[in-house]
Ligand binder design. Structure first.
Ligand code: HAM
Length: 418
């Protein structure tokens, strides 16, 4: 039986990779311009990091983690997100001793055992950026500005920035109780999962997609109405700085995010072109995460972009395929040997070159050059080669010129590497 990839795990094929590389390179360029440095963290962590960091009573921890015991009996988990690991690395390596403020980003695959559908996979890629060590709302907007700037640079339009405030451990318990009282009266409308959530973590009912649960919470009290004066002040400043930065936002009082570590600012960037899985990015402030995972009292804020969703929204017209710069059509014998010399030399100079190794007819070689969308073709005929010449054909304009074979490299460098 033919072996296939696991459900929800995708191959990213060569004809798509150009987009991925463009997105990754643009992220690196922009994030580094904003003062962020890359960090690479392990794919496997101790399960406890996520159960404590993300929260026991979240969907991710309850149902979606790839958790297993290793041969020594340690419980390990494939990372479902990067924030907790980045916080762990910051503490473990005492990055704060150099400077308390760390601006870090990372790129890579995450794993969640969710039901696969369009825009939702079991292995998916995130671009994640975090700022540790600053509680000032200025940084909330610095991070959001970087995100929006990046999304625009990769060609995304018609996005909506939604924000909310989720309060803090001082004000949220009161809201939680209010919500619980409100939903207890409507508990007959709640699905089995939400009946349980009502006891363990009522805020998570906002994430439920079941229609009757959605109806039950439609008129529920809003977290932003219950936040304490300090959280209110923080939220007002975030809004003011967003306006100063010229960033348009929508207040979404129902957005609670699916992870328990959030405090105060929460945000998402959504696209209505995406259907039900419409969040391209999720993020927010998490001023208690460090304490949850056993560290000091360090504030943090960041976001993660879902790369598959981002890439599905990129303009279709933009070309990302790595087209050959040159296709060499050789007419056999001596010309074939010459072509082989040339291709090796050009590759060392970074000129993408293809060659026909099969000794096919000129017509068939030119058909292949066309199919590969080569920008130029070099036709090496016996007669021309004796004179040290070859024909260089521009495959787009169809114009041809005879050039000395010795000049090929300099001619091509001017034409294709500029
Ligand atoms: P999240 O909202 O769980 O947040 O994920 C962020 C983004 O990852 C989502 O908006 C979505 O684009 C993408 N994503 C999530 N799950 C899937 C999936 N199964 N398939 C495809 N794409 C997916 C976090 O992960 C937080 N760590 C974000 C953060 C960073 N908050 C603060 N710092």
């Amino acid at each position: 039986m033919e072996i296939k990839a696991i459900r929800g795990f995708n191959d990213i094929l060569p004809d798509e990779i150009g987009k991925w590389q463009f997105v990754e390179n643009t992220a690196r360029e922009i994030f580094e311009g904003f003062g962020f440095s890359e960090i690479r963290i392990p794919i496997l962590e101790r399960t406890e990091l996520f159960s404590r960091g993300i929260g026991e009573a979240t969907d991710i921890v309850e149902k979606e983690m790839y958790t297993f015991s290793d041969r020594s009996g340690n419980s390990l988990t494939l990372r479902p997100e990067a924030t907790a690991s980045m916080a762990r690395a910051y503490l473990e390596h005492q990055l704060y001793t150099f400077d308390p403020v760390a601006k870090l980003y990372c790129l890579g695959p995450m794993f969640r055992y969710e039901r696969p559908q369009k825009g939702r996979y079991r292995q998916f890629y995130q671009i994640d950026a975090e700022v540790f060590g600053v509680g000032n709302p200025m940084v909330d907007v610095e991070v959001i500005l970087m995100l929006i700037h990046f999304l625009r640079r990769v060609g995304l339009e018609k996005l909506e920035l939604q924000i909310n405030s989720l309060g803090c451990p001082i004000c949220r318990p009161r809201y939680r109780e209010e919500l619980k009282t409100f939903l207890t009266k409507r508990s007959f409308q709640l699905c089995e999962d939400c009946q349980r959530r009502l006891q363990t973590n009522p805020l998570r009912i906002f994430d439920c997609k079941v229609e009757t649960c959605q109806e039950a919470i439609a008129d529920a009290p809003k977290v932003s109405d219950f936040i304490c004066p300090e959280c209110q002040d923080h939220f007002e400043k975030v809004k003011k700085y967003l306006e100063m930065a010229g960033l348009v936002y929508i207040l979404n009082p129902r957005m609670v995010r699916g992870l328990d570590y959030y405090t105060r600012t929460a945000f998402e960037v959504v696209s209505y072109q995406l259907g039900s899985q419409n969040a391209v990015t999720g993020g927010g402030r998490y001023d208690n995460l460090f304490q949850e995972i056993g560290g000091m009292d360090i504030p943090g804020i960041g976001f993660a972009i879902g790369m598959e969703r981002l890439i599905s929204l990129m303009p279709k017209e933009k070309e990302f395929i790595q087209r050959p710069h040159l296709f060499i059509a050789a007419m056999g014998g001596e010309t074939q040997r010459e072509a082989y010399q040339i291709i090796n030399q050009l590759h060392l100079e970074g000129i993408r070159t293809e060659l026909d190794y099969e000794g096919k007819s000129l017509k068939s070689q030119m058909r292949r050059a066309d199919k590969l969308k080569a920008r130029y073709a070099l036709i090496l005929g016996e007669e021309e080669l004796k004179r040290g010449k070859a024909i260089l054909r521009n495959m787009e304009t169809k114009s041809q010129e005879e050039i000395p074979v010795g000049d090929l490299l300099s001619v091509l460098k001017k034409k294709v590497l500029l």
